[in-house]
Design a protein around this ligand. Structure first.
Ligand SMILES: [Ca+2]
Ligand SMILES: [Ca+2]
Ligand SMILES: [Ca+2]
Length: 376
């Protein structure tokens, strides 16, 4: 899972200005255009406003404890828990361009792991907790790198001669890394061994494949990804070696944000098939599709809890974009965060033990006003 960095985006995509805050459309769903909400997806704040900044927190599932993380850094985003839950890495733009920071889960021991003029983005821990994979444009184009959890042993994993390589994702056993590159002139999904060898192309059809999502199933056998090979950006599932690429549903409408259930049997995702963004679940083969939300507001970015008991998602049903929890059958939809942000759209993450959710909130200064999604 990942998103392009801000610098690259500003070259390639529209920069949007809404209510005094700049936003970028990433092509993975455009949230705001001309002040109106368009689609869920990834957004990143561009403007490090003196009136406020983006800060990281985690909350307990009942909302009773909220822990600030990395408060000194400013404009944080993209939190990623270490597999043992003791630490997180995240991106901060305190130095101008994004760098990777490490913090203990209690907010102590804040450490800056990268210090480059380029942008770093999309950090993810290896399943054994020994490595961090990330993207950086420090060489002028986006490439994939790994380093140890303390920032040592930096290794460049891709050599993209034309274009960029982004969206790295570990296989659950840590032996493989999938990523996305436009080296051929079209966005395709690739895999490589965790040491960077054995690179292999997995998709071949015209259209952007995996540009927003390439998510390994918990058993490592499948990857769910987005593609606009049939027009709209929709979701597909393939074997992790690229075989058996299959459209997740028969419905040809925009679909986004896939996430696996921890047992690997189901995929939860966002679709506009019923007229507005709702959350659906399906078996991994696309069967038994059910709608989990039914609300005129935007409901999107679902993530299953590690124990399978809850699904978190974002909704602006109470005007602001906040994190909600529901049961896997859609019952008991309860708001978790309150006033964290009018755009809780940046990545949020379950802690590995499922007891916390790390998220990004805009603190201080005037908040972005968000229009009603009713005309969305
Ligand atoms: Ca940097
Ligand atoms: Ca393609
Ligand atoms: Ca909805």
């Amino acid at each position: 899972m990942g998103l392009l960095g801000i610098q690259e985006l500003s070259k390639n995509f529209n920069v949007l200005c809404v209510s005094g805050l700049l936003f970028l459309s990433v092509g993975c769903g455009i949230l705001l255009r001309g002040g109106e909400i368009q689609d869920p997806g990834h957004l990143s704040p561009v403007d490090s406003s003196p009136e406020g900044s983006w800060e990281l927190y985690w909350t307990s599932l009942d909302g009773s404890k909220i822990q600030p993380l990395g408060r000194l850094t400013g404009n944080g985003r993209s939190p990623a828990w270490a597999p043992d839950g003791s630490r997180l890495v995240f991106i901060s733009e305190s130095g101008g361009e994004g760098d990777i920071f490490l913090t203990s889960q209690d907010g102590s021991h804040l450490t800056q792991l990268t210090r480059t003029l380029g942008e770093e983005d999309d950090p993810e821990w290896s399943p054994d907790g020994s490595k961090i994979i990330f993207t950086s444009d420090r060489t002028g184009n986006w490439e994939i790198y790994t380093m140890n959890g303390n920032g040592s042993d930096l290794r460049r994993m891709t050599e993209t001669h034309h274009g960029n390589s982004i969206n790295p994702a570990w296989s659950p056993d840590g032996r493989w890394i999938s990523f996305v590159s436009d080296e051929t002139g079209d966005w395709e999904i690739y895999s490589m061994a965790s040491d960077g060898t054995q690179k292999r192309r997995l998709t071949f059809l015209p259209g952007r494949d995996g540009y927003c999502w390439n998510e390994w199933s918990p058993d490592g056998r499948f990857i769910v990804f987005d593609s606009d090979r049939e027009g709209d950006s929709e979701l597909y599932v393939m074997r992790s070696d690229g075989r058996n690429q299959k459209h997740l549903s028969e419905v040809h409408v925009r679909e986004e944000g896939p996430a696996w259930s921890p047992d690997g049997r189901k995929i939860v995702f966002t679709s506009k098939r019923d007229g507005n963004w709702e959350i659906y679940a399906a078996d991994a083969d696309g069967s038994h599709q059910i709608r989990l939300t039914d609300n005129a507001a935007m409901d999107y970015n679902p993530f299953w809890s590690p124990d399978g008991e809850k699904i978190a998602f974002i909704s602006n049903r109470e005007k602001v974009h906040e994190i909600y929890l529901m049961n896997p059958d859609g019952s008991e939809q309860v708001r978790l965060t309150h006033g964290i942000s009018d755009k809780g759209r940046d990545r949020y993450r379950w802690s590995p033990d499922g007891s916390k959710i790390a998220y990004v909130a805009f603190i201080g200064g005037p908040r972005q006003s968000v229009n009603s999604p009713s005309d969305e």
